[in-house]
Structures are given as C-alpha cells and as structure tokens.
Ligand binder design. Structure first.
Ligand code: BTN
Length: 321
C-alpha cells in the first residue's frame, strides 16, 4: 500500500530530504526509501537529487476523499471512494455492484487499465486529469437509459461552462470537445441487461492537463483545461461534477432525456456542419441537425432527415479522416 501522507507531503513538487520524510512518517530513512520505491513501481515518477532529497516530477493537487464525503449527500451516495491507483474505475463500480445496491462514485488518481470506447485505452497519468465512475440504478431497463450518455455530457458541460471561457462543446453521443480536440469522454456500461431494472456504470474521463507525451498514446487531437487557460481546483471540480451529475441523473430517472434535448442542441459543437457517421457496416454523410427527444441524432442526408441511435458508431466532421 502506498503511504498517503508521503504523497501528500510530496504533492507540493518541492524537494524533501529522506530525513525530513522519515520524521513526518515516523519511520526510518530505509523505510522511507522503500515507500518511495513503491511510488515509482506504480508509475508515479520521482526526481531524486543527492543532498536535496526527493520530489515528484510535478506538483499535484490530490483529490480528497474526506472532503468529497463531507460535501456529498450520504442519503444519495452509499459509497464515495478515492483510490490512488486502480485498474479502471468502471471496473471498481462493477465490483461494488456485485455486493451492494444503491449509488456509488469511485475516483482514482491513476488508472492502469483505463477503458475508452470501442476497446480503446484511456490514458490516465497520475493526478493530472479526472477519472471517475458513478454507479446508478435505473428502473426501466435498457429502454429507460436511452439518451443517458447525452444527459451525462450535459451535466459535465454545465460545470465546465461555469469555470472555463474556452468554447467547450458536446459531440454526439459521448464526447466533450474544445475546438474539435477531445477534452473528455464518457463510457457507459450496463450491468445486467434486464427489462425492468439495470445498474449503469457511468465512466468519465476529463482532461485537465494534457502533455505532448500523452498526445501520442491518445492517438487523436486532445486538450486539457489547463491548455485552455482554465485554472480550477481538481478537488472542487470533482465535487461540482458529481453534484451536477446527481442533479441531472435524478431528473433523467423521472423524465428521461426529453427535458434536456434543447439545452443539448444549444451545446452541440457540430450543429450545421457536414458530418460523416461511421456505422458498423456503412457510412452516412450529411448535415448535422442535432438530437430529438430520444437523443437520436438527426442528419440531413440529401435534404432528407435521418435519425440514428447511439451505439458502436463514430461521428466525424466530413473533412476529417
Ligand atoms: C471515451 O473513449 O471517450 C470514453 C472514455 C471514458 C474514460 C473513463 S476514465 C474513468 C472511467 N474508467 C474507465 O476505465 N473509463 C472511464
């Protein structure tokens, strides 16, 4: 287990001598060294300089589980958890559902097997972005979650608009963009596909600080809030996102997507643009009109409106390969 106090001490990005760290942790210098090795083993990069000590490569603001628990409504959230490292927070929620009922939220500072849509990986370096998943039960099975990923996007969009001057926009069905670069993504997974009830895992990755070294692994244009000149506390943003999602999901559980359609269309980054919709075995090109009350995308194909369901599809601007 990684020592949280050690990480919190190093979070300032300044050098700390082995002796000073030992005093803070109440352990020997040898024990400190073992702990520091553990950090490196789990992929948290450190600098060590003789005579100065150890530091994290970058200062970080860690998430605070106690703060989140104190601010979120315990009557709604049965579990609120922040891990330093996990495989995938979507997986953590799946495990939780195996033994619990209710709603939960799992954050992680780093994911070793972060999952993106269509089998892609989600690049998840330590404490630079937000990676979290909500577990939320719905009563009407698969039919009751139509348009859910769009409503989730809108909940995130609302928070970002409060903090950020950049032209944040939504892309049907699951993406958050700034100037066509990916700022965030949503991965929904249904647990037990049933007619009357299902548990949904809502995974969200939001980029706060995307480096050149991340770009290559991401494999598509990506940006972070920091790159957009938006400085906001990670811990505060994490809280506001969960609160906004809580609000939207409660509304969605009662009335579905319809009440959100107009606001979603106002946030649609591809409105009026020529788009290419890549379906499993065909492609459609036309003008993006927006979504209907079910969250289906309307594309004007040779002047005729056609509606599409979100599934294993990919939407691109027509002039982008
Ligand atoms: C996408 O491909 O656009 C969706 C990305 C979703 C990533 C998030 S990060 C938190 C959660 N855990 C995962 O493994 N994936 C989602």
């Amino acid at each position: 287990m990684v020592n949280r106090t050690l990480l919190q001490t190093l979070a300032d990005g300044e050098f700390h001598s082995g002796e000073a760290l030992g005093e803070i942790l109440g352990v020997s210098r040898a024990a400190v060294w073992k702990q520091l090795q553990k950090l490196e083993e789990i992929g948290i990069p450190l600098n060590s300089v003789k005579g100065r000590g150890y530091r994290l490569q970058d200062a970080v603001e860690l998430l605070d589980q106690a703060f989140l628990r104190s601010q979120l409504d315990a009557a709604i959230w049965q579990e609120v958890s922040v891990a330093l490292v996990t495989g995938s927070t979507n997986e953590d929620v799946q495990h939780w559902f195996a033994g619990h009922a209710g709603r939960c939220v799992f954050f992680a500072e780093k994911q070793n097997a972060g999952r993106g849509r269509r089998g892609r990986q989600w690049v998840s370096p330590f404490a630079r972005n937000l990676y979290f998943s909500l577990g939320w039960p719905f009563e009407n099975g698969v039919a009751g979650v139509q348009g859910l990923s769009l409503a989730v996007g809108l909940a995130i969009y609302r928070v970002l608009k409060c903090h950020c001057q950049a032209p944040v926009a939504l892309k049907w069905p699951n993406d958050i963009l700034v100037n066509e670069a990916k700022l965030g993504g949503i991965l929904l997974e249904l647990n037990g596909v049933m007619l009357d009830a299902c548990n949904v895992v809502i995974g969200i990755g939001l980029n706060l600080d995307i480096r050149h070294s991340d770009q290559e692994a991401i494999g598509q244009p990506a940006t972070g809030l920091r790159q957009q000149g938006c400085k906001v506390s990670r811990a505060q943003l994490a809280l506001e996102l969960v609160q906004s999602l809580e609000h939207v999901l409660q509304g969605f559980s009662v009335s579905g997507f319809a009440p959100f359609a107009e606001e979603w269309n106002a946030a649609n980054g591809f409105h009026g643009r020529e788009v290419r919709l890549i379906l499993p075995s065909s492609e459609v090109t036309g003008i993006c009109q927006g979504v209907n009350e079910k969250g289906e995308l309307c594309i004007l194909v040779k002047g005729v409106a056609q509606y599409f369901n979100a599934g294993e599809v990919s939407l691109r601007l027509a002039d982008v390969t």
